[in-house]
Every structure is written in structure tokens, then in C-alpha cells.
Design a protein around this ligand. Structure first.
Ligand SMILES: [Zn+2]
Length: 78
């Protein structure tokens, strides 16, 4: 299992101290995306707008996930 904070998942472009724990990056990313999409505050706006942007393509999503996968790989297991 690995633990990521909301901040880390947002690449420190906002986010909060909430922690997401999971065995794979898809699971952790999906926990965080639920958290971000239910937020209404400024600190989550960057990611929320990216997720809700109708111009956000499958390719953008893949690019983001490739970045997150590399962060995941760098992180030690809990
Ligand atoms: Zn958060």
C-alpha cells in the first residue's frame, strides 16, 4: 500500500492534507478524484476545473496518469 496526500496528487498546485491509501495508482487516483469533484473550495479548483473541463481529452487524462504513475513508482510502500 502507498499513501498520497491530496496535495501530492495535485502536484502541490493546491490540494489539502487529506490522505489516500491504496494498493495501486488507479485506486488512489479515483479516491482523490471523488474527493476533488465533491469539493467546492479554491484550493481544489485547479484539479476540479481540469476534471470538469469538456475539452479535457482522453489523451490529457492519459498524460496526467503517466505523471501520477511515475510519482507512484518513486514512493516507498507503507
Ligand atoms: Zn483535498
Amino acid at each position: 500500500m502507498k499513501t498520497f496526500t491530496c496535495k501530492e496528487i495535485m502536484n502541490n498546485e493546491g490540494g489539502c492534507e487529506m490522505k489516500f491509501i491504496g494498493a495501486d495508482p488507479v485506486n488512489v487516483a479515483s479516491q482523490c478524484s471523488k474527493h476533488v469533484s465533491s469539493s467546492t473550495d479554491e484550493v481544489h479548483a485547479t484539479m476540479r476545473e481540469m476534471m470538469l473541463n469538456p475539452n479535457h481529452t482522453e489523451e490529457d487524462r492519459k498524460k496526467w496518469f503517466a505523471w501520477f504513475q511515475s510519482e507512484w513508482d518513486k514512493k516507498e510502500n507503507d
